[in-house]
Design a protein around this ligand. Structure first.
Ligand code: E4P
Length: 235
């Protein structure tokens, strides 16, 4: 009975909110653990993350799609339209929840439009300007991925990009979801949430950090101490 209750709790207690948290990694073991601990809504991978696994992309994406029900981004490596389309269809065939990730180039947006017409979910990646995001939305992208951290790296305010895209998409009721990417620290998650990003894709180590505060730990210690000093019964 207890086991059944635990199972039901695990299945139903995580609420599905409009703002989603994806894991930004191709590490299957890390994804399994994150999903168990935090019930992640999806996963983003890229060729750099995939290369770190040292395994074939098809196998890795299939395993991730078995773990997570939500969108799993798998990126093409081709640069030309025909091969993007070919690779995109191969990736989309792996599982229904694959989002084909395409770079924000002319060929990438052409492939985005074609794959979207086939009913395939597309994540247009490497977005660095609001105009690029608008072009991706026009091409039917399900997600557009603005890279916050990489703009910070070159001395710009990466978060301004999320704010501008959110304003434009709101003004024109565009359905493309803003997937805040290249997230480096807690403040990025907070600011992306405030700016109205639909999704934030988060590096694995940051998930636990989002939970932490020294006063939470001190509060638990204090409650335990008070309980024991008062002779509180174990239960
Ligand atoms: C996600 O889709 C991106 O591939 C990723 O967030 C890039 O992050 P980085 O700039 O830390 O490599």
């Amino acid at each position: 009975m207890v086991a059944l209750k635990n199972l039901l709790t695990a299945c139903f207690s995580w609420k599905e909110y409009p703002m989603q948290f994806f894991a930004d990694t191709a590490d299957v073991a890390a994804i399994r653990q994150l999903h168990e601990d935090h019930r992640i809504d999806g996963v983003t991978t890229n060729p750099s993350l995939m290369a770190k696994t040292g395994r074939p992309i098809m196998d890795v994406i299939a395993e991730i799609c078995d773990i997570v029900d939500g969108p799993v981004s798998a990126e093409v490596t081709a640069a030309d339209y025909e091969n993007m389309l070919r690779q995109g269809r191969l990736l989309a065939d792996i599982a229904e929840n694959v989002a084909v990730k395409l770079p924000l180039t002319k060929d990438g947006l052409k492939a985005c439009a074609a794959l979207s017409d086939f009913g395939i979910m597309v994540n247009v990646t490497l977005c660095f300007t609001p105009m690029q995001a608008l072009m991706a939305a026009r091409a039917g992208a399900h997600f557009v991925s603005p890279f916050v951290g990489r703009l910070d790296d070159i001395g710009q305010q990466g978060m301004d990009l999320i704010i501008d895209i959110a304003d434009i998409f709101d003004a024109h009721q565009m359905e493309t979801e803003i997937l805040a990417a290249s997230i480096r620290h807690q403040a990025h998650v907070l600011e992306a949430a405030k700016a109205g990003a639909h999704v934030v894709t988060i590096p694995p180590k940051l998930f636990d950090e989002l939970l932490q505060h020294p006063l939470t730990d001190a509060g638990i210690d204090r409650f335990n101490k008070d309980w024991q000093e008062a002779g509180g019964q174990e239960f």
